[in-house]
Design a protein around this ligand. Structure first.
Ligand code: NOJ
Length: 665
């Protein structure tokens, strides 16, 4: 029989076997609206969540299946429970808010098995005013120190008739799918989180996880009892995670709001992550141009040849454009060895420190430095992690030695190759790889914009050099595979997991090869509605300088780092409006988007300084604009406003608007 781990027992101090958790009691959030109940019936532990009298989660199971052992989660007794309140405010390095308040009641339940295995673990719950989170903490114990998780049994038992906005898991394009609205009873196949759900009782929730390290990503699907259950992404041999104890799982979390817009100002995920352990004041959010969209529209190629994009000549022209347009950085894709022929296959042998012959990377870096422009170095790994990791240190050092402080790594392809096996991007081994590259980047003072990433779980609080990621269908899917409702769903789903590089700012909307489902005003709106620590102005410079410099002024003015954000209104898949104040400045910026239907909104300004007047620079669709046949028709006007005014704006079908509220001296 395994002996209980002595250190853990010592921690329990006091009377180990007294009744320590009141199963009748509801554990409350600081404002007493969110109510958590713990249920321990016949040794099985479960939990339920209410908001006042409304059921959020019905009784939901907890526990694990661990290889070679009986299920962990039954025959349990609570040995000790501790409670505490935490109220604090912390400062972000960058993001949608400068200061974030972290305010919760915590309940830690120390559990032991009453069966002969006598294993121990802790369940730590945090009850916030806008949600609940918990994680499992498993201490090392004799004969139970390395474990293989076969299944995590965590349930989120929501009303099956609720409606969810889902993207499928385990699919070749990872997170890059259009959202579909379905009843929860149809979630028979796994879906990714954040999973946003409109409950029948009118509450809105989003189920997600925070601080995902060294573990498979949590997806969700209905179990045989029709409860929504965690489905941890397996490794190629079927095991969900191999872990050494002690181990804390990622936090499982449920955000709760009374309206969709209420969900968009929820900071539980970041609060559940740890503060950084070193200085990240070197991290600088940035806007950038790219040698990129020209490839998508067929003008240039990633591969070598007469139309090769990432040449020294083109890079110099784009650096000059950055300087003229006052954009801080330039991305170069297709600059290094490995892009020719079948590049998806050649990813096996890509060389991350060998430029193509017509691309003088050191010379380009030198020219960029002389012009005060940052280079965003690109790494297309095609998911061949073994090849990439064999060059990780040398390739980061290569960039670092050239004075390059930003990298956009990409992991195209349906699976990763890790240790010779085909693994899911969101498996434990995928998570470990993304973490390794992020930590190495921090060592070289390099910021990342990860394409085909692991989803956001708030680790950018701990590693603020993770300035953004894609991880959803972005504008590269324009040209047929993006519809206008997508950008009206993202703020309530994907963006709850953090910043996104949507590659906004395409002005060549009517291009025959890549026709956008967007108006021009909407392209400006994205800079506010889709926040990102690295924000691309994704079109070619001539479209900014020659086609519409007046509209481009908004992209020049809009910041990439915010003091605070005020969600104004929204309905999932229909429209969304948000106001944000710039960090280290006085101006406010408002962005709004609509789906394929026109929408008229009245934008309140009550967040403005009451003692000031502002010049509103309004970029909106003209009365006859339409994403299908008149997308470029933009109206730009200025007017003086105070906090007591409203601005009425009409958004065309597939349109949007952007406003700069410039504080008058
Ligand atoms: C797919 C990415 O999504 C795209 O942005 C990139 O340009 C190509 N891979 C090549 O790296």
């Amino acid at each position: 029989m395994a002996k209980p781990f002595q250190g853990f027992l010592n921690m329990l101090r006091g009377n180990n076997h007294s009744p320590v958790v009141d199963l009748e009691k509801a554990y409350l959030s600081p404002d007493e609206h969110v109510r958590l109940k713990i249920n321990l019936r016949q040794g099985h532990i479960s939990y339920s969540v209410m908001y006042d009298d409304a059921v959020i989660l019905r009784d939901s199971k907890l526990g694990f299946k661990i290889r070679g052992y009986p299920e962990l989660g039954s025959y349990l007794a609570v040995v000790r429970a501790t409670e505490k309140y935490v109220g604090e405010t912390w400062e972000t390095v960058w993001g949608e808010e400068h200061f974030i308040s972290n305010n919760y009641n915590e309940l830690a339940l120390y559990l032991t098995e009453t069966s002969k295995t006598k294993r121990l673990f802790t369940l730590r719950f945090r009850i916030f005013n806008d949600g609940v989170a918990f994680r499992y903490e498993i201490p090392p114990q004799p004969a139970f120190s390395r474990i293989e998780v076969e299944d995590e049994l965590t349930e989120f038992n929501v009303d099956l008739n609720s409606e969810a906005w889902k993207i499928p898991a385990y699919q070749p394009d990872r997170y890059e799918y259009n959202y579909e609205k379905v009843p929860v009873y149809e979630l028979e196949k796994s879906v990714h989180t954040p999973l946003t759900i409109a409950l029948k009782n009118k509450y809105y929730i989003s189920i997600h996880e925070a601080a995902l390290y060294n573990y498979g990503e949590m997806t969700l699907k209905l179990d045989e009892w029709k409860a929504l259950k965690s489905d941890i992404t397996p490794l190629s041999d079927g095991i969900k995670a191999r872990i050494e104890l002690p181990f804390d799982t990622p936090w499982r979390m449920v955000m709760i709001a009374k309206s969709p817009i209420g969900l968009t100002k929820n900071h539980i995920m970041l609060n559940l992550n740890d503060p950084p352990t070193s200085d990240f004041s070197w991290v600088k959010p940035i806007k950038f141009l790219g040698i990129w969209w020209a490839m998508y529209v067929g003008e240039w190629t990633w591969a070598s040849g007469p139309r090769h994009g990432a040449t020294t000549q083109h890079a110099i022209e784009y650096i000059d454009a950055c300087r003229r347009l006052n954009i801080g950085g330039l991305l170069l894709e297709g600059w290094n060895g490995g892009w020719d022929g079948d590049w998806l296959l050649n990813g096996k042998t890509t060389d991350f420190s060998r430029p193509m012959p017509d691309c003088d990377m050191p010379g380009i870096a030198e020219y960029a430095r002389a012009n005060g422009v940052e280079i965003i170095g690109h790494h297309e790994t095609v998911g061949f992690v073994d090849n990439y990791e064999s060059q990780l240190e040398t390739s980061y050092k290569y960039y670092s030695d050239l004075g390059i402080h930003y990298i956009k790594p990409g992991y195209a392809g349906s699976m990763m190759t890790i240790q010779g096996n085909r693994e899911y991007h969101h498996s434990q081994l995928g998570v470990l790889h993304y973490q390794k590259s992020l930590e190495l980047a921090a060592k070289y003072h390099i910021c990342l914009d990860v394409h085909e990433p692991i989803k956001g779980t708030g680790i950018e609080r701990t590693f603020p050099n993770l300035l953004t990621r894609e991880g959803a269908r972005g504008q590269e899917y324009e040209g047929g595979a993006l519809n206008p409702s997508h950008a009206c769903i993202l703020p309530f789903t994907r963006l709850l997991s953090g910043a996104m590089d949507y590659t906004p700012g395409i002005f060549d909307i009517t291009n025959g090869t890549k026709r956008l489902s967007s108006t021009l005003a909407r392209q400006l709106a994205y800079f506010v509605t889709i926040p990102s620590g690295m924000q691309m102005a994704a079109d070619r410079p001539r479209f900014y300088e020659e086609v519409n410099p007046a509209a481009f002024k908004f992209i020049q003015d809009v910041p990439v780092n915010w003091e605070t954000s005020v969600p104004i209104m929204g309905a999932i898949g229909e429209y969304y409006v948000v106001a944000r104040k710039e960090r280290n400045g006085n101006d406010w910026f408002v962005g709004g988007v609509t789906n394929e239907n026109a929408h008229k909104v009245r934008v309140s300004l009550d967040y403005l300084d009451p003692n000031a007047t502002y010049t509103a620079e309004i970029y909106r669709d003209s009365e006859i604009a339409h994403f299908r046949d008149n997308p470029l028709d933009i109206s730009i006007e200025t007017t003086d406003v105070t906090k007591d005014n409203f601005i009425d704006v009409w958004m065309a079908p597939g349109g949007g608007f952007a406003i700069r509220l410039h504080k008058n001296a």
